[in-house]
Ligand binder design. Sequence first.
Ligand SMILES: Cc1cc2nc3c(=O)[nH]c(=O)nc-3n(C[C@H](O)[C@H](O)[C@H](O)COP(=O)(O)OP(=O)(O)OC[C@H]3O[C@@H](n4cnc5c(N)ncnc54)[C@H](O)[C@@H]3O)c2cc1C
Ligand code: SF4
Length: 512
Amino acid sequence: MATSVRLILGDQLNLNHSWFKKVSPDVVYVLMEVRSETDYVLHHAQKVIAIFAGMRRLAEQLKKAGHKVRYFHISDKDNTHHFATNLKKVIKEIGAKRFEYQEPDEYRLDQELKLFVKDLGLESACVSSEHFIDTRDGVAKHFQKDAKRWVMESYYRRMRQRTDMLMDDGEPLGGQWNFDHDNRKPWKGKPDLVKSWDLSHDHSAIWAEIQKSGAKTFGNPSADNFPWPQDRAEALAQLKAFIQKGLTNFGDYEDAMHTDSDRLFHSRLSFALNVKLLSPLEVAQAAVNAHQKDSSVYPLAATEGFVRQIIGWREYIRGVYWAKMPDYEKSNGLGHTLSLPSWFWTGKVKMNCMKHSVGQSLETAYAHHIQRLMVIGSFCLTAGIDPAEVEKWYLGVYIDAFQWVELPNVIGMSQHADGGFLATKPYCCAASYVSKMSNYCTGCIYDPKDRHGPKACPLNALYWDFWLRHQKRFLNNPRIGMAVRQAANMSPAEQSAVRKKADALRADIDNL
Ligand SMILES: Cc1cc2nc3c(=O)[nH]c(=O)nc-3n(C[C@H](O)[C@H](O)[C@H](O)COP(=O)(O)OP(=O)(O)OC[C@H]3O[C@@H](n4cnc5c(N)ncnc54)[C@H](O)[C@@H]3O)c2cc1C
Ligand code: SF4
């Protein structure tokens, strides 16, 4: 075998990849901590630490198994901080005749590596990352090319059939594909039940190295009490703990938010999944197995809800990304231009729901789906923030934020900037939803019931003003016609008061 260099990216920490089945003295695996990756967007400190810690652990494990590894630390003097130059250096050092890499998940890196290979003049190959259930173009193939909308539910049903998960002789188990409607209960607060089952590490040394390198980050590094898994054994332990302690209640409280817990019964497995410490099939199968073993403890509604996120939403979102990039990134279908408020970087805001959701994101690099969609995202959408700014914040702040999964969720699902291609309706809410699904409104200085008085909840005026501003576009949408009609049927005086209040809120957006 000709001497080969194989590149492993920071989100390709899959020790089960077929590359590693055979130890060969002719193959050198290259991993690198580079400033081109830490700097393409401002990242949360925990995200950079978690990826570097995971890469370092994988390198150790590979070396222990007998593989040859060349590792560039962020602090190494000979690190040029770019993939191309570091790779060329190693290729020259060892006289490599061949270069291989795994399919990158981000368009940016896909382009960069294609270009690198083109210029390299060596034999090369791009192999599968062996992580996803479907191919990059699987979703596009499922839908008709010219369909105006790609509805996730139809793709999800195909994935259920394909994986044979929760199926009964070709039919959905329980006679129903989707139990989403059962998953809408608010959490009334029993703190003992939501005790954290997180891990803890001391990553102070890596954090010191990152700081010394000059790479800029934001948020709480939590370096001496670090919760994210750094190898497969830890990720498997996290999966097991979720099945034991979270899955039972996952369905019922999937949309709930509460100050007792930043995750309630959500799995927090997105980091382990996205860096490929776990495979989507094994995660979904673990939930199915638990249900099969004891459906009285792990009900079908909870199991189906969880499985849908993994084999449905996650794969679908990836397919949309690859079908729509690079233009998708620039989508701004509603023409929103306002800048992100400064408190997105500090958490210093009086609105209790935003203080908790943004504050928690800065503290922990995590928020669960409803906080991302119906609190932070809904605020940005109804306030009219530029989706490109929103997208950059989400890409930086979350531990699991890799563009293939973050971008369609932000641009399509949350900001409705793609003209409704991904989500059939804009996801937004007024205070009534937040107050029903959380305890945030208790103790907030704003009045959730008031629309435009001096103490009125800002979400109310912004919500109704959103429907007034975009009335024409949404009036005939059967999924949201009611909200638009309600706004249109307000008296002219009420409409004017709502608009005036929303304008005043926008003008003072840094001080809400
Ligand atoms: C505006 C916005 C931005 C988001 N950005 C990201 C992101 O950068 N990275 C990311 O992984 N997810 C993102 N999501 C999807 C989802 O919110 C997170 O995957 C989830 O909150 C992660 O927490 P968890 O592991 O506790 O999830 P759980 O609620 O326990 O769900 C289990 C798993 O299902 C998958 N999943 C659930 N919903 C989605 C979805 N909509 N799209 C793709 N996968 C999903 C995730 O892998 C998740 O770990 C975003 C959603 C929104 C609305
Ligand atoms: S009153 Fe409004 S701002 Fe305050 S927590 Fe409730 S929804 Fe949020």
